[in-house]
Design a binder for this molecule. Structure first.
Ligand code: CTP
Length: 367
């Protein structure tokens, strides 16, 4: 059997950037031979094995053919006669379809190296169209390598446009879409991910609220660029992206994408508490109401994320007010409930006394 390093590891090696995980392809072997050498089989669908020591993935060379709609609509063929080139041909982009033998020789039948040098994200073959997730992957690699000068190749963009126009994106399951979006939000230039999705038309089926309105899209990109520039958490980036939607739209979109609850909740809070960004003209009552609505008493960490996100919005929170709101919350959180209880307050009266005391503190910062 012959063993080759493949995919992202070869690409990143040639780009001279750190390799994260290494994937291997094994040619000319059977599952029985792999097990006999101590490899552990993982995954029921594909012949993929874990190395007994390194635990890296070793996959038998395989071909895939689309046999139906959706993610599971693939038939996989794996046997000792599947060549390395066959295995590379089924892959998405030429820069991801190179292999390296153990002595360091590059195997590159689809000219990935040339595309790497010319900074082109190009599909390997028409089989790209068999998996619409590849539209999102291409957009994500564009977001990862934009700063290095990479762009989606013209013919690949044309294919992606055709796939989107054919409604292929609607067949993707939300879990896979969210996984790509979540990763894209943390690439070097997440804005590029959405630019590419917009250019090819896929955004219409993914986040239609951003597709329908130029200004909403521009504001979303500006907020996202700022959140990414400050290395904010995933939920902040998601909330920055969705800040121009209504509460109902945020609920519907995050549900459709099956986004995690913390992304949904922060996105909703950013929409509802956007007025806090106009805090200089706010009354103490309004600030207190904002704290209550965000449950800042029990969720101060989330409130910090809220303020960080509001600061990313166009005409968002200015640094002075940002700090003032933080200081206000810290002071208001120190209202001593026990001492009020020891003064005899309980039940509804206690709640009112806490509220009044907090208002008194907030008024010191927002007179
Ligand atoms: N691949 C593909 N089509 C997909 C998913 C994966 O062709 N829908 C192929 C690509 O050749 C890719 C390899 O499988 O290089 C491994 O996939 P993955 O680990 O997701 O991507 P990497 O390229 O390794 O990138 P990353 O750095 O994000 O891990």
């Amino acid at each position: 059997m012959q063993i080759y390093l493949v995919g992202g590891a070869v690409r990143d090696k040639l780009l001279d950037i750190p390799v994260k995980d290494r994937d291997w392809v094994v040619v000319g072997a059977t599952p029985r031979e792999m097990l006999a050498q101590g490899f552990k089989q993982v995954g029921a669908d594909f012949p993929v094995f874990l190395h007994p020591q390194s635990h890296e993935e070793y996959a038998l060379a395989r071909t895939e053919r689309k046999s139906g709609q959706g993610y599971h609509g693939f038939s996989v063929y794996s046997a000792p006669d599947v060549s390395l080139e066959d295995d590379l041909r089924r892959r998405d982009l030429t820069i991801n379809a190179m292999a390296m033998s153990e002595d360091g020789t590059l195997v590159d039948p689809f000219h990935g190296r040339e595309d790497l040098e010319n900074r082109q994200l190009r599909h390997v073959s028409e089989a790209f169209a068999e998996d619409p997730l590849r539209i999102l992957r291409a957009a994500r690699f564009a977001a990862r390598f934009h700063h290095l000068g990479f762009r989606v190749a013209e013919d690949t963009m044309a294919l992606m446009k055709q796939m989107a126009a054919d409604g292929e994106v609607r067949h993707l399951v939300p879990e896979r879409v969210w996984q790509e979006i979540q990763r894209a939000l943390h690439e070097v230039t997440p804005v590029t991910f959405f630019d590419v999705l917009r250019e090819c038309g896929a955004i219409q089926d993914l986040i239609p609220e951003l597709a329908d309105n130029d200004e909403c899209f521009r504001n979303a990109m500006s907020a996202l660029a700022s959140a990414a520039g400050q290395e904010l958490a995933t939920e902040c980036r998601c909330a920055a992206l969705l800040h121009g939607l209504s509460t109902e739209q945020v609920n519907a979109r995050t549900a459709a994408l099956k986004a995690p609850n913390d992304c949904r909740d922060l996105s909703r809070l950013v929409v509802e508490l956007a007025p806090l960004a106009q805090a200089p003209s706010l009354s103490a009552e309004q600030v207190l109401e904002g704290f209550n609505q965000a449950d800042a008493w029990r969720r101060p960490g989330r409130f910090t994320l809220l303020l960080q996100t509001l600061a990313c919005l166009p005409e968002g929170l200015d640094p002075g007010t940002h700090q003032r709101l933080r200081d206000t919350l810290e002071a208001a959180r120190s209202v001593n409930v026990r001492s009020l209880m020891s003064q005899g307050f309980k039940g509804k009266a206690l709640g009112e006394a806490i509220g009044l005391e907090r208002l008194r503190v907030v008024s010191r910062y927002f007179p």
